[in-house]
Structure formats: structure tokens, C-alpha cells
Design a protein around this ligand. Structure first.
Ligand SMILES: Cc1cc2nc3c(=O)[nH]c(=O)nc-3n(C[C@H](O)[C@H](O)[C@H](O)COP(=O)(O)OP(=O)(O)OC[C@H]3O[C@@H](n4cnc5c(N)ncnc54)[C@H](O)[C@@H]3O)c2cc1C
Length: 372
């Protein structure tokens, strides 16, 4: 056993870094371990869009979780920026969800009614109003739904800042090698890695799509998280930029302060293959230029790819293991890991430091998938 620490967090993506930051900020003694540099899993590919009312279009736990996490964002980003001394691009520009077919406007009407009930501002706009909001939109758009409270954050900047802040507050962040197994030894949990063992009082498994590959002693099942590949384009823009995050059924566009545009994202079952493909890049260019023809004049910066950690019910797995006391899961955030990072960090810290299981965790506990 190399060292003894209170809490080991396995995985330095946006989720693990947020958990490590929150635990450290609240007095925990934390070691953050990963086999790759900070933020190099799914997180580096993320568009950073914060849009609960597009991601969850009906009442249910996903809407509750994402809306609650969005409400934490202003304070979360301000705290991380101050604690790390870094700048994190974060803007609440709103989203314009664009309809290319009349039937889509009917769905928008249903969503607008649901949002009105929740007291969330949303406005249906016709084709002319949509084009005056976003002059680059294609001539054949039918209308749209404007949701002013949505926004985006630079996911990589945020994740680096979280790691720096955690380190400044006392966390150790280390390249530990590959984590293979978690087991109990007396009062401690042992994290077995390819570079030796760590002992900790508690362990948080935040290893994204790979969480199910880590052996957990006493657990008959692996956490059912599978990789869902997403490709995304980074383009340099010419002329006047879009004013807000703009969606269609086939893609979304995110306008950055530096004059570049992100186009996301494919949704593919490709196992653990983290490669971009010609088909993925073509599909995104086609979808983006259908929505905004001016995309044809953009410069090509890069194509990114990441593996979203997806569960069978598409809800995250946040909560204690019933098989190995002291172990907690924080994974399975699928399409919304960045958006859900502040709430996940709070739920995990509440559970570890205050022994408090928030009622919203009824929907996220690992045991909904059996003895875990
Ligand atoms: C193209 C694309 C666009 C996206 N857009 C958005 C968006 O707009 N908004 C949003 O909220 N979300 C978005 N997402 C989803 C979001 O990126 C993920 O939900 C989030 O990054 C998951 O974070 P994580 O920390 O759980 O996992 P990851 O970022 O994958 O981090 C897991 C870490 O664990 C480490 N690890 C794994 N196994 C081991 C092991 N055995 N030993 C040591 N280390 C290990 C990995 O090296 C990695 O660093 C998008 C995803 C993609 C792919």
C-alpha cells in the first residue's frame, strides 16, 4: 500500500473533477486518479451545452436532475473560476430549437405548455421571427422555440479549472495508471492500479464509459454502462456569428466567443472505438448546412470524438454500492455529464460527508440495476 487517503476518486473527466473539487472544498482529503491526463475521456469532445428543456422533453427524473443542476451553474462556475484563478467561458445565450417540418411545431407547442407549467420562460416563434433572431437560418425553416435560460460552458476549460481548484484546495491529482479492481482490506478500500495500490476510506467510481471494466469485490454484476460514440466538428466562422445555441432535429450549433462554431453530434453504437469517421463528419456537415447554409463557407478546424457513458434507462448512476460499503458510483451521465456535474458533485459530497441521500437519488441509485 503506497499511501492512505480519505477519498479516492477514480476518473478525471468532468464528473470526477467536479466531485473531487466539491469534496475538497468541503474539507475532504481527496486523491483523484486517472490513467490519462485530466479531461481526456468523453469530456474533451463535449459541446458543453446546458439545455435541460431540450434534452428532457417530458416530466421525469432527467428533467428534474438537469433543471436542478442548471440552477447551480452560475455559482458553480464563479466558485471554480475564483478557486482556480482560471477563466472559464460560460454563457447563457439561450437556445433556438428550429422546426424544419410543421409537425415539429406541434411538439414545440406541447413542450412550451409543459415549461409554462414549470414557470420556465419559453417562446414559440414563426419563420420570420426565427430568421430575425438568427439571420443565417435556411429559407425553409418553419419556426422555432426560444428558451432564454439555456446556455453553454467550455467543458475542457471547466474541467481543467476544477482539477486546478481541487489541487489548490489540497487534493492530489495523479497519473496512477490503470485502475483494475477495488477491494476491502480491514477498514480500508484498496484501489489496485497498474502502478501499485492505494488505500482509501471511500472510493468514488467516476470512470465514464469504462466504469464497468473495473472489478468491484463482492459485486456479482458490473455497472451497466456502455459507450455511445459522439463525433463533433470544430469550425472557424466567417462574418457575423450565430447569436445563440441553435438546434435542429439532426444537429446543434454552438457559437463560441473566439469566432469558432461547434457542430454536434453523432450518436453511434461503436463499442470502445474512439475514432472519427468519414461518414460521421459528412453527416454533421450535411445536417449543419441544411440548418445554416453559411456553414459551407466555414473553415475546418478539427473533428472530435468521445464515448458517452450510457445506461439502459439513460439516467446516471449516482449513489453508494450495496455490495462494497464505502464505494460510490458517479457515472452513466450519457449526453449530459457537463450539465449534471454540479449536481452530481453535490449529491456525492452530501452522501459522503453528511451521510445524506437526497430524494432525487431514488432515480439514480445503482441498485435499480440489481445487486451492485
Ligand atoms: C460529441 C459529444 C458531445 C457532448 N455534448 C454534451 C453537451 O453539450 N452537454 C453535456 O452536458 N454533455 C455532453 N456530452 C456528454 C459528456 O461529454 C459526458 O457525459 C461527460 O463528459 C462524461 O464525463 P465523465 O467524467 O463521466 O467521463 P469521461 O470524461 O469519459 O472521463 C472518464 C475518465 O475515467 C478515466 N478512466 C476510465 N477507466 C479508467 C481506469 N480503469 N483507470 C484509470 N482511469 C480510468 C478515463 O481515462 C477518463 O479520463 C457530449 C459527449 C460527446 C461525446
Amino acid at each position: 500500500v503506497a499511501s492512505s487517503i480519505d477519498i479516492a476518486v477514480v476518473g478525471a473527466g468532468v464528473v470526477g473533477c467536479a466531485v473531487a473539487y466539491e469534496l475538497t472544498r468541503r474539507g475532504g482529503s481527496v486523491q483523484l486518479v486517472d490513467e490519462r491526463p485530466v479531461g481526456m475521456g468523453a469530456t474533451q469532445a463535449s459541446a458543453g451545452v446546458l439545455a435541460p428543456y431540450i434534452e428532457a422533453r417530458a416530466e421525469g427524473p432527467l428533467l428534474d436532475l438537469t433543471a436542478r443542476s442548471l440552477a447551480l451553474f452560475d455559482e458553480f462556475v464563479a466558485g471554480v473560476a475564483a478557486a482556480s484563478g482560471s477563466r472559464v467561458e460560460y454563457r447563457r445565450t439561450g437556445t433556438l430549437d428550429v422546426a424544419m417540418q410543421p409537425e415539429t411545431m406541434k411538439q414545440f407547442g406541447g413542450l412550451a405548455a409543459l415549461l409554462a407549467k414549470r414557470g420556465v420562460e419559453a417562446e414559440m416563434v414563426d419563420a420570420q421571427a426565427a430568421r430575425s433572431l438568427e439571420p443565417h437560418l435556411a429559407a425553409d425553416v418553419v419556426g422555432g422555440l426560444l428558451i432564454p435560460s439555456h446556455g453553454f460552458v467550455a467543458a475542457s476549460e471547466l474541467t481543467q479549472a476544477l482539477a486546478v481548484a481541487a489541487r489548490r484546495l489540497g487534493a492530489q491529482v495523479s497519473d496512477s495508471g490503470h485502475v483494475c479492481r477495488i477491494r476491502r482490506s480491514g477498514d480500508s478500500l484498496i484501489v489496485e492500479t497498474s502502478r501499485g495500490n492505494l488505500a482509501a476510506g471511500r472510493v468514488v467510481l467516476a470512470a465514464g464509459s469504462w466504469t464497468g471494466q473495473i472489478d468491484v469485490d463482492g459485486s456479482e454484476r458490473r455497472v451497466p454502462v456502455r459507450p455511445v460514440r459522439g463525433q463533433l466538428l470544430h469550425l472557424s466562422w466567417n462574418g457575423a456569428m450565430l447569436n445563440r445555441v441553435t438546434w435542429s432535429e439532426r444537429c446543434y450549433l454552438v457559437p463560441w466567443g473566439d469566432g469558432t462554431l461547434l457542430v454536434g453530434a453523432t450518436v453511434e453504437e461503436a463499442g470502445f472505438n474512439e475514432r472519427t469517421t468519414v461518414a460521421g463528419v459528412r453527416d454533421l456537415i450535411e445536417a449543419a448546412s441544411e440548418l445554416v447554409p453559411h456553414v459551407w463557407t466555414a473553415g475546418f478546424v478539427s473533428a472530435r470524438v468521445g464515448l458517452r457513458p450510457c445506461t439502459p434507462d439513460e439516467l446516471p448512476v449516482i449513489g453508494p454500492s450495496a455490495c462494497l460499503p464505502g464505494l460510490l458510483y458517479a457515472t452513466g451521465h450519457y449526453r449530459n455529464g457537463v450539465l449534471l456535474a454540479p449536481l452530481t458533485a453535490k449529491l456525492v459530497a452530501d452522501a459522503i460527508l453528511d451521510d445524506r441521500i437526497d430524494p432525487v437519488m431514488e432515480a439514480t441509485l445503482p441498485q435499480r440495476f440489481g445487486k451492485l
